[in-house]
Design a protein around this ligand. Structure first.
Ligand code: CAA
Ligand code: FAD
Length: 379
């Protein structure tokens, strides 16, 4: 067993850290306050190769492994989880999904641009009445010969207004259950496709989360990903990898808050000494560091399994389940260590605490991760 990172992985980590510090940190508090999407910053992330990290270089990607991707996600999430969710969706749901299951034509047309960040992608599974119970969705893709007629509403879509390309999961034949569902690539600007209202959120407020409405949108058959009826399996398979990215986001939020708390504890004095000299604070830091390390190991194991082409579904679910809880626990303690200063915006930890919560909800709630894990254990 080797816990060392390669030189290339260390270089990716350093580049992401540098980018986060110099480009994301300035303005992050205002973007959160104003719910402003980090447009310029995401453009730079594309230029630096962070938007299609694992894509084959022949489609303009970085050709990197999942471990490198996780390292970059952690560094970017330490500073700005709104930027990192955009990155995560583009890399691990949209690029990965099209590269793994798309046609050569789809790869040339969409992936080559998604991988550079020239265009951004969105992944549209959830609906107002169907989130965890993803097969019960009511959006329909009626088979009309050489095209599908798409009707319905998707909810909570990350990159909702920023994206140009949307992977939409819809029912074609309800009688076939999950085998009657298709995944279609929908382009912004197609007739009948409207981007709905932006959500006003607790956390990741810079991320643009929207509902999407489809009314008689004609989607060419050439835009279907995989065989007829493969859409649900496509979504599940893609989410297996996505969950590693969100676990890394949770890790970044936790480690960002921990680093701030550690520094603060060595500066702030109470009862004549730095608060880090009080054992109660030391024990908090010890607990936080241990939880973070355990989350990191679970995430790295899932990434390693994916990179070595082994089953990684359960490992990814475990990593997300655990890391998202760590993100909650650690950020709450980071606020506590900061005392009253932790409760105000300037010290960043209150934002990290608010951002942490979403990692227990999207890409499958913690309860859903337990379903995924227990089904695997019992099968
Ligand atoms: N990997 C591969 N295949 C899977 C799978 C997985 N993790 N989970 C299920 N499948 C397959 C099953 O093998 C089955 O196929 P077969 O019948 O051929 O064996 C098929 O999919 C249907 O599976 P189930 O009968 O288990 O389906 P279910 O209706 O009981 O639901 C579920 C299973 C795990 C609860 C699933 O609905 C689920 O994951 N729900 C959560 C949805 C989710 O994660 N949404 C995230 C939206 S994207 C997002 O959130 C992005 C963002 O925020 C940034
Ligand atoms: P529900 O499914 O209604 O769940 C409500 C509660 O019941 C939860 O606690 C859940 O865990 C629990 N529950 C449900 N079923 C069970 C069960 N069988 N056993 C035990 N407990 C259960 N979706 C996309 O498709 N694309 C995106 O880009 C996207 N981005 C998002 C961004 C944000 C900011 C948010 C808030 C959501 C986003 N989502 C996205 C949607 C997200 O994936 C769903 O919110 C999530 O899957 C939960 O679905 P739900 O909200 O309908 O909750």
């Amino acid at each position: 067993m080797n816990f060392e990172l390669t030189e290339e992985q260390l270089a990716v980590q350093a580049a992401a850290r540098e980018f986060a510090q110099t480009e994301l940190l300035p303005g992050v508090i205002d973007r959160d306050e104003e719910q402003k999407f980090p447009k310029e910053q995401v453009k730079k992330m594309g230029e630096l190769g962070f938007m299609g990290m694992m894509v084959d270089p022949k489609y303009n990607g970085g050709g990197m492994d999942t471990v490198s991707y996780v390292l970059a996600m952690e560094e970017i999430s330490k500073i700005d989880a709104s930027a990192s969710v955009c990155m995560s969706v583009n890399n691990s749901l949209v690029c990965w999904g099209i590269e793994k299951y798309g046609t050569e034509e789809q790869k040339q047309k969409y992936l080559t641009k998604l991988a550079t960040g020239e265009i951004i992608g969105a992944f549209c599974l959830s609906e107002p009445e169907a989130g965890s119970d993803a097969t019960s969705q009511s959006t329909t893709a009626e088979d009309k010969g050489d095209y599908y007629l798409l009707n319905g509403t998707k909810n909570w879509i990350t990159n909702g207004s920023t994206a140009s390309v949307y992977i939409v999961i819809a029912q074609t034949d309800r009688s076939k259950g999950h085998r009657g569902i298709n995944a279609l690539i929908v382009e912004k600007g197609m007739d009948g496709f409207v981007v709905g209202k932006k959500e006003n959120k607790l956390g990741i407020r810079g991320s643009d989360t929207h509902s999407l409405m489809f009314t008689d949108v004609k989607v060419p058959k050439a835009n279907r990903i995989g065989e007829d009826g493969f859409g649900f399996k496509f979504a599940m398979s893609t989410l297996n990898g996505g969950r590693i990215g969100i676990a890394a986001q949770a890790l970044g939020i936790a480690s960002g808050a921990y680093e701030l708390a550690l520094t603060y504890s060595k500066q702030r004095k109470a009862f004549g000494v730095e608060i880090a000299k009080h054992q109660a604070i030391q024990f908090k830091l010890a607990e936080m560091a241990t939880q973070i390390e355990a989350a990191r190991l679970l995430i790295m194991k899932a990434a390693y399994l994916k990179d070595t082409k082994q089953d990684f579904g359960m490992a990814g679910a475990m990593a997300k389940l655990y890391a998202s809880k760590v993100a909650m626990d650690v950020t709450v303690e980071a606020v506590q260590i900061h005392g009253g200063y932790g409760f105000v915006k300037e010290y960043h930890v209150e934002r990290l605490m608010r951002d942490a919560k979403i990692t227990q909800i999207y890409e499958g709630t913690s309860e859903i991760q337990k379903i995924v894990i227990s089904r695997e254990l019992l099968k």
